[in-house]
Design a protein around this ligand. Structure first.
Ligand SMILES: NC(=O)c1ccc[n+]([C@@H]2O[C@H](COP(=O)([O-])OP(=O)(O)OC[C@H]3O[C@@H](n4cnc5c(N)ncnc54)[C@H](O)[C@@H]3O)[C@@H](O)[C@H]2O)c1
Length: 436
């Protein structure tokens, strides 16, 4: 099958490459020329484990190509997937900004030839597919097409395996013809008995938001319980393990930390609240999760300040990990983006290290942050170290060396990577989240 992928970011590039791996002929299109030039020169503009090898394999086998011009791929495509960004609106009202979706739809319309299914992979408010349909119909009244919704659930850092072996695929369609095309696209997954939920377009659109909102609620819930643990002298690790063993609750997403971030949960929870309010409904539980998340980040600033004896002014802090989670270079809404400026404003100096995210981090963080070549270098002469993101290489630190490099043995573990007893026996003044 010939497929055009519009938008070659974290989702579009992974999805396009995996569809090529399924055997389809895929052209990934992006309007950012630099990105496409890099890809044409076998350089991957993002960090996603395993992606470089898979891109290069499919390019060399002739199934994957890149372009800035829709005319190169849309006219021949049987399916056009839209994976452009849907960030929070710059107006600051929480709505999803659909400008990129609408612009892409207009341009797609001009290039359509023969029956084509336009498949929305971006996370979009209910009703967007109908708008896309209207835009295409207005722009090109002759076009023969259907619009479908196929939200993406992959996680950055595990994106390839998530796409290749998803828990489920959700397909929102309004015609049998479109259903056949989607069936053909995902044939390898049908053959592997992957659960496929076929539903209406509106249900598919809302499913994605509901899934992300539920996960955000789960994280905020465990963060609040962790805070209670700190007050009553209980231990969140044992508690989370115990409740997670209940099959109705499940053990995933029960890790307390500095608050959720990333390119999805923050924007999607806000957008969902707006969608719901527009329909005269409320989602108070999601509103609470969003508030709790903001408070958790502020709480981390206080936790750090307390560990420094009440003031960060003039103190040097080593920060290990900047990205919103390990195994990605994505800095969008990372907790570091909120927490570090708050510390800098009060006079802290920051030396930071991240295995893959430092280049991206420079776009999101104040310029006075000093970046170091290793975790150990960040700790040299620092008044404390903050473990912000649980990259694997920070799970096996040479703690003696860290302690030797630090001016003060203060270890603030915002991901509960280390055991409090062990850290204390090594002579650290240690704190985690939700533990004695
Ligand atoms: N990142 C994730 O983990 C994830 C997971 C599931 C769903 N999603 C959703 O998928 C969508 C894309 O997210 P992302 O993280 O890949 O975004 P991204 O910002 O990494 O990529 C979007 C790309 O689209 C390109 N683009 C914008 N307008 C275009 C146009 N008219 N023509 C061609 N290219 C255009 C941009 O240049 C950019 O490269 C969002 O709606 C997001 O919510 C993201």
């Amino acid at each position: 099958m010939k497929i055009a992928m519009i938008g070659t970011g974290y989702v579009g590039l992974v999805t396009g490459t995996c569809l090529a791996e399924f055997g389809h002929h895929v052209t990934c299109i992006d309007k950012v020329e630099e990105k496409i030039n890099q890809l044409k020169n076998c350089r991957i503009p993002i960090y996603e484990p395993g992606l470089d090898a898979l891109v290069n394999k499919n390019v060399s086998e002739g199934r994957l190509s890149f372009s800035t011009d829709m005319a190169d791929a849309v006219p021949n495509a049987e399916a056009v997937l839209i994976a452009v960004g849907t960030p929070t609106s710059r107006r600051g009202d929480g709505y999803a900004d659909l400008t990129y979706i609408y612009e892409a739809s207009k341009e797609i319309a001009r290039h359509l030839k023969g029956y084509t299914v336009i498949i929305d992979k971006s996370t979009v408010p209910v009703g967007t597919a109908r708008q896309v349909e209207r835009i295409i119909r207005t722009e090109n009244p002759e076009a023969d097409f259907d619009v479908a919704s196929n939200p993406e659930f992959l996680r950055e850092g595990a994106a390839i395996s998530d796409f290749m072996r998803p828990d489920r695929v959700v397909i929102g369609i309004s015609s049998e013809k479109a259903k056949q095309v989607l069936h053909e696209i995902y044939k390898p997954l049908y053959l592997r008995d992957t659960p496929i939920v076929s539903t209406t377009i509106e249900t598919a659109e809302l499913t994605k938001y509901a899934a992300n909102a539920f996960l955000a609620v789960k994280i905020s819930f465990i963060n609040e319980i962790a805070n209670v643990c700190e007050s009553v002298g209980a231990d969140i690790s044992a508690l989370a393990k115990a409740i997670g063993m209940d099959g109705r609750i499940g053990g995933k997403f029960l890790h307390p930390g500095p608050g959720y971030g990333g390119s999805c949960f923050p924007k999607d929870t806000l957008a969902l609240m707006r969608i719901v309010q527009e329909h005269g409904e409320n989602l108070r539980i999601v509103e609470a999760a969003v508030e709790v998340n903001a408070a958790q980040k502020a709480r981390m600033v206080k936790k750090i300040r307390d560990m420094l004896g009440g003031s960060e002014a003039g103190k040097t802090l080593a920060v290990l990990g900047l990205t919103f989670k390990p195994e990605t270079d994505d800095m969008r809404e990372a907790p570091a983006v909120t927490i570090l400026p708050a510390l800098l404003e009060k006079g802290a100096h920051i030396k930071a290290h991240d295995p893959k995210g430092m280049q991206e981090a420079k776009k999101y963080l104040p310029p006075e942050i000093q970046y170091t070549a290793s975790a150990y270098e960040a700790c040299e002469n620092a008044d404390g170290v903050i473990l912000m993101t649980e990259w694997n290489q920070y799970r096996a630190l040479d703690l003696e060396k860290i302690k030797k490099n630090l001016k003060e043995p203060v270890f603030i573990d915002l991901r509960n990577v280390y055991e409090p007893e062990r850290m204390k026996s090594l002579g650290f003044q240690y704190t985690g989240v939700g533990r004695k």
